[in-house]
Design a protein around this ligand. Sequence first.
Ligand SMILES: [Zn+2]
Length: 97
Amino acid sequence: MWICTKCGRDFKSENQSHFCIDPPTTIDAYIAAQPEPVQPFLNLVRDTIRSVLPDAEERISWRMPTYWKDHNIIHFAAHKNHIGLYPGPEAIVHFSD
Ligand SMILES: [Zn+2]
């Protein structure tokens, strides 16, 4: 068991990634809550998505930055050692080849 020294919550694994305070409700807050060295990469992902989905609404869904227009189009998320990119099923079908 590991106890976060900032918020006092206990976790099964050491240095478990979590939000010490309430989860962020905006993408700005989400990125600001990540480790500083990771933030430029998250901003790059965000800027890239915004450039191709200018009409999509930014929101937090499933605790991840999400681009939404009638439905969730794509999410991204910071993990301990990588950034996850989660497109919807249409993109997976489109790029399956
Ligand atoms: Zn904590």
